[in-house]
Design a protein around this ligand. Sequence first.
Ligand code: NDP
Ligand code: GDR
Length: 356
Amino acid sequence: MAAKVALITGVTGQDGAYLAEFLLGKGYEVHGIKRRSSSLNTGRIDPLYQDPHDPDRTFFLHYGDMTDSANLIGLVQAIQPDEIYNLAAQSHVQVSFEIPEYTANADAVGTLRLLEAIRLLGLTDKTRFYQASTSELYGKVRETPQSETTPFYPRSPYAAAKLYAYWITVNYREAYGIHASNGILFNHESPLRGETFVTRKITRAVAAIHLGLQDVLYLGNLDSWRDWGHARDYVKGMWAMLQQPRPDDYVLATGVVHSVRAFVEMAFSKLGRRVTWQGEGVDEIGIDSASGAKLVAIDPRYFRPTEVEFLQGDPTKARERLGWVAETPLAELVAEMVAADLAVLKRTQESLITND
Ligand code: NDP
Ligand code: GDR
């Protein structure tokens, strides 16, 4: 039987890298869309690189952009994918307040462009579609934990754009019979997480402080609560959705919540430091309980105009229908992230010494 063909938008991102690795392991021919950039943006997928001259290669990269309809139609036509995973997005919630129109173009209309490509090219019966929907849709939560039936209340331009993408995916499923599913994914992290999301920002800073490369970690809202899982587990759920006889929408989450404050404490504890807290509001600081050194401080720059305070997912449907569970406990994830950041920073330090 011929290998299944998958197209991943956002292949250079955290989830794209894990998903590409997972699908290649399952024997897929994998195509990924990458953006043109003046500096290299393929670091996360470099380990998957295959020589373009290898006649048996199964991993292909194409230039593209979610804001370019003709480009997307051309790629879908040439690749004729069995499965499309739409992971590309301007994915940073705070940044979406700075570039709301671009966020809507890439995240909302970009999703429409891909669905239109499937429809216009007559691939409605062939190509299955996964949309990277998000727990940010719940925003100002009115029910805890949140499930597939919890009402949405987006609290950022990002979430509002993703709300359109969610519903246009449902609409193309109902209107044209496309096998299109939304994965409503709660926060998932890894050593490949972008450096400006809070978990990675914390684990990098903990490693840098440990090596004497940084003094203080500046954060925003310490009392925000999230349901954090491991990206490696979550991409398996994306795939499982597209293997079902019928398309549907599923929450992927751990069901367990922690605050940003607790994440900070856990990350420092991995390197043997205990953080204690002093002061209140913007004057609050985190102190090394052994040395008294200031480790954490608040910078109001990181407060959002509208915040999502508390997210906790109910993954029952995914467990019962897909057999999916979040396998990695937070303590294990944090340990992996801190260890990886320590290793990266040590290598950088060593190369600086060598180049001296
Ligand atoms: P990342 O930010 O790590 O990756 C986003 C990817 O999209 C990158 O490959 C990026 O390219 C690409 N991209 C951004 N804009 C465009 C564009 N205009 N055209 C083409 N490609 C573009 O996100 P994650 O991997 O963490 O998340 C994957 C998806 O899942 C996103 O849609 C995100 O919104 C959603 N999501 C993520 C969750 C999480 O906790 N991680 C939870 C729920 C949903 P480049 O590398 O060049 O920047
Ligand atoms: P989120 O992730 O907004 O949930 O979106 P992020 O890690 O950016 O923020 C989580 C919470 O931490 C608080 N916070 C800070 N956040 C950042 N980035 N930097 C800080 O210094 C800081 N201090 C406190 C935030 O206010 C927030 O409450 C992520 C993205 O991956 C989305 O694409 C995805 O849809 C959702 O997760 C589910």
